[in-house]
Design a protein around this ligand. Structure first.
Ligand SMILES: C[S@@+](CC[C@H](N)C(=O)[O-])C[C@H]1O[C@@H](n2cnc3c(N)ncnc32)[C@H](O)[C@@H]1O
Length: 313
């Protein structure tokens, strides 16, 4: 499955990469404006610990490459961006290094992207948790749930201006909740109490699939909110037939950002974009809730996000 994943960029991966890249750019603009205004720290970080090889074998670009390409085009990011990538597979990190190194204009970045090889676990969490981070945008995108934990997210979100996006493999997590072999992973993800509550609910009664999904997403959203993710926006991905949920992408902003001047400017910019209808970014961050390849089949991504926006709250 891992090998197949990088053969060809599925439409889902493309949408995911687009959302993350756009959201990162909006976030970076807000943070940089605030850094200028308050003469704060002059660096921002993008951290992807499950980065993959950089390019799919069909040549399409993955999220890390899209992030760096956009940074090269933006003079502020050229000066300020610290990009940190990691993958447990050495072939992937080598390939990513090569793909980044061959991007036209890469020398414009004051800080060259760092690419590491290692398995994400307690050590990484400890290393983030025990240092003060510059405003950082964390993207968490493992294949399943291994390495994905509330502690990891919190180790970054604890500091001012830090945001996180993570890709939640709904299928696998839903199955894992009642599998005792992976109980520790579920507890790392939801916390012990929430994982136990979900397990008990699903083991005791029949729960309709739609309700099951709501219970799981609600628990995850609440767990993230408890850690200070003031705005938690789950974005649903459906399978190709449009019949089942496969993933959720959780976007969330920390309280510190939400309560500061820059959050107000974020909301104002987003509302303006929403009103002008000429940028999909605001719609993605504020109102988009679902992507179904089936519903979107004959439309472009932009149109798809527009129709979602109309259907949203
Ligand atoms: C879904 S892919 C990443 C795709 C990439 N984020 C993108 O948007 O193109 C997941 C990657 O995480 C790596 N991975 C999985 N578990 C890991 C772990 N515990 N630590 C580090 N890397 C891991 C895999 O080798 C794989 O390359």
């Amino acid at each position: 499955m891992v090998d197949e994943f990088f053969e060809e960029q599925a439409e889902q991966s493309q949408i995911k990469a687009e959302i993350v890249t756009k959201y990162f750019l909006v976030w970076a603009k807000i943070i940089i404006a605030s850094q200028r205004k308050y003469k704060r720290e002059n660096r921002v970080a993008y951290i992807d610990l499950f980065a993959g090889p950089g390019r799919y074998r069909d040549g399409s670009l993955s999220t890390p490459i899209m992030i760096i390409e956009n940074a090269i085009k933006d003079p502020d990011l050229c000066e300020r961006l610290i990009a940190v990538f990691n993958d447990k597979d050495e072939n992937n990190s080598n390939s990513l290094k090569q793909a980044i190194g061959s991007l036209p204009g890469i020398a414009k970045l004051r800080h060259q992207p760092q690419v590491y090889t290692g398995e994400v676990g307690e050590e990484v969490v400890h290393s983030f948790a025990t240092r003060k981070l510059v405003p950082s945008f964390l993207f968490v995108d493992p294949f399943g749930y291994k390495g994905l934990s509330l502690k990891l997210v919190n180790s970054v979100l604890k500091d001012w201006g830090c945001d996180c996006v993570f890709f939640f493999n709904y299928n696998r997590i839903s199955m894992g909740l009642t599998n005792s072999v992976v109980q520790s992973h579920m507890e790392a993800l939801f916390g012990e109490t929430r994982a136990a509550r979900l397990r008990q609910r699903f083991e005791t009664d029949y729960v309709r699939p739609a309700d099951r999904e709501n219970f799981i997403i609600e628990e995850m959203t609440d767990a993230l909110r408890e850690m200070g993710g003031e705005y938690v926006i789950p974005f649903r991905f459906r399978n190709a037939a449009g019949t089942r949920t496969t993933h959720h992408l959780f976007l969330f902003q920390s309280t510190s950002l939400a309560s500061s001047e820059c959050a107000k400017s974020c909301m104002t910019t987003a509302k303006r974009n929403l009103a002008s209808q000429d940028s999909s970014t605001a719609r993605l961050t504020l109102v988009a809730r679902a992507y179904s390849p089936c519903a979107a089949r004959s439309r472009t991504w932009k149109n798809c996000s527009l129709s979602i926006a109309r259907a949203g709250p």
